[in-house]
Design a protein around this ligand. Structure first.
Ligand SMILES: Cc1ncc(COP(=O)(O)O)c(C=O)c1O
Length: 380
């Protein structure tokens, strides 16, 4: 589970700096004579780039905003189609709809992420980009998906709301495709309360996004901001200095959180390894995961529901599967008219997801937690 478990005086001190040294300037731009060297968002972007080895990072107000701004940087319009996967959070599809494009959802495979074969089938002349989602910390099959995107000249966006710190070959998730998006909402590995980051390989796309997320402002150093130059319209998805300060403190804790998650997940896996009534998610080739959740593929939907019932009786809830599938599976989004009748074609995904349970991994895992998982699983 998230960085909120480790919020302490370090985040508080980071915030205090804005008020003490930065004279309370909460806006990321301007006020040079007052703020001294207090540039929280700028430093958060710089340190994020350094940690995750990426050239350009742009902080925004949420992971949803990160997806929206990423699509804006590509100049997506109503004639375009963007392909994503059926198992994700509703935000991924909402961002596509907000950009004016048509969302197309692929089936998942036993990675629980985008099925490359179904992706190849769903590409049309209108397809402009693919958004893979490293759902709940396991990477998508980037080896196959990158090959397909290259063949059809499609932009690859990685929705890395989950999976921060996981890798494909030697590269961090989010930095493998053309654009990567991250979320720092309160349930994520590092949190700024609400917040997001976009990383780019290409300078032009970065500059497009930087301007668009700030009403088109180019932040031209030759003129004051109120006379700033612009080439496009945009919107306001600017991160505030408050979020930036918290982000800087959380970033310093990232490694500790990442490896503690891994350790705790391994303790649970070790405890349940003698049982044979479940399977684990497939980790695609050349990938390592982020241990944000433990997903068990049960033999049937009945087993999955039984697990949930018994786990709840022990005072614990499962995370997302099957708990909140209605928010995370496109086949159930009847409220989104752009996805009309999609439930009829996502039968493979539905079949897989209905058998899955996800167990949250906590930083401060209770000592008894692995035993409870074992006890409940043994009864099924
Ligand atoms: C896969 C995925 N994409 C995007 C988002 C949106 O992030 P945010 O809550 O920061 O807007 C989430 C949020 O949980 C998510 O799970």
């Amino acid at each position: 589970m998230p960085g909120f478990e480790v919020i302490d005086f370090k985040e508080e001190n980071s915030l205090r700096k804005i008020f003490k040294q930065g004279k309370g300037i909460l806006f990321r731009h301007g006020f040079e004579s007052l703020r001294g060297s207090s540039y929280q968002v700028q430093n958060f972007e710089k340190n994020f780039s350094k940690k995750f080895k990426t050239k350009y990072s742009l902080a925004v107000t949420s992971g949803t905003a990160a997806l929206r701004v990423a699509l804006a940087s590509l100049g997506i319009n109503s004639k375009d189609e963007i392909i994503t996967q059926s198992f994700t959070f509703v935000a991924t599809v909402e961002a596509i709809i907000e950009s004016g494009a048509k969302p197309i959802c692929t089936e998942i495979d036993d990675t629980l992420n985008m099925c490359p074969k179904d992706l190849a089938k769903k590409i049309s002349k209108k397809t402009k980009a693919v958004i893979v989602v490293h759902m709940l910390g396991v990477p998508s099959n980037l080896y196959e998906i990158k090959k397909i995107c290259k063949k059809y000249k499609l932009i690859l966006i990685e929705d890395t709301a989950w999976g921060i710190g996981a890798k494909y070959k030697k590269n961090f998730l989010g930095t493998v495709g053309d654009i990567g998006t991250f979320s720092f909402d309160f349930a994520k590995t590092i949190t700024t309360g609400e917040g997001g980051m976009i990383v780019f390989k290409n300078k032009k796309l970065y500059l497009n996004a930087k301007a668009w997320h700030d009403h088109g402002h180019e932040n031209n150093p030759k003129v004051p901001r109120w006379e700033d130059t612009r080439k496009s319209s945009g919107f306001n998805y600017r991160m505030s200095e408050l979020q930036g300060a918290v982000g800087l403190a959380q970033l310093k804790k990232f490694k500790k959180i990442f490896f503690k998650h891994k350790k705790n997940k391994n303790i649970i896996l070790n405890k349940i390894k003698s049982l044979d009534n479940f399977k684990l998610r497939t980790i695609p080739p050349y990938c390592t995961e982020a241990s944000e959740s433990l997903i068990l593929l049960m033999r049937s939907k009945k087993d999955a529901l039984k697990f949930r019932e018994l786990f709840l009786k022990e005072g614990y809830s499962t995370k997302i599967l099957p708990e909140a599938t209605s928010w995370h599976f496109a086949g159930e989004w009847e409220h989104i008219k752009e996805l009309k009748n999609i439930n009829k074609i996502l039968t493979k995904s539905k079949n897989i997801l209905s058998r899955c349970i996800s167990i949250p991994i906590f930083f401060k895992m209770e000592k008894k937690f692995p035993n409870i998982v074992y006890k409940v699983l043994k009864k099924i």
